[in-house]
Design a protein around this ligand. Structure first.
Ligand code: FES
Ligand code: FES
Length: 151
């Protein structure tokens, strides 16, 4: 079947099997390998993308379900001339080690309203659906604070 998606601001047509997941479509058909495949059960958050502005697990979403939608991946969060403010904060605060979780975290943060997460506990709760096995989250929270102008 043929789908039409708005991916990172570009309209794309893609041929998929009806059972193909969105993450496989993004990685294998559209070469958007910044989206990671982890648990493939909707648990770890590594595959998080925005669908019409809302974070979604692309491993448990069929590509066909996203037909006609706007999809944003971590590639779409990255300015042509460098890093976004959040990406720079992750870099400066050592908020990643292996980096496997990072794309999903950045996508989750992109959709978040800083005003709804005024302290460290609420930032941790926001990110609780994105499993990081490396950092212990302290540096990630520090990066989010910095990017959100809280020193
Ligand atoms: S790979 Fe999708 S939630 Fe883990
Ligand atoms: S940096 Fe390795 S899983 Fe988060």
């Amino acid at each position: 079947m043929k789908l039409e998606l708005l991916i990172n601001g570009t309209r794309r047509q893609v041929e998929v099997e009806p059972r193909m997941t969105l993450v496989d479509c993004l990685r294998e058909r559209l070469d958007l390998t910044g989206v990671h495949t982890g648990c493939e059960h909707g648990i770890c958050g590594a595959c998080t993308v925005l669908i019409d502005g809302e974070p979604a697990r692309s491993c448990i979403t069929l590509a066909a379900q996203a037909s006609g939608s706007e999809v944003v991946t971590v590639e779409g969060l990255t300015p042509d001339d460098g890093l976004s403010d959040m990406q720079r904060a992750f870099h400066e605060h050592h908020a990643l080690q292996c980096g496997f979780c990072t794309a999903g975290l950045l996508v989750t943060l992109e959709a978040a309203d800083p005003a709804e997460h005024p302290d460290d506990d609420s930032i941790r709760e926001l990110l609780s659906g994105n499993i990081c096995r490396c950092t212990g989250y302290d540096h990630i929270v520090a990066a989010v604070r910095a990017a959100w102008g809280r020193g």
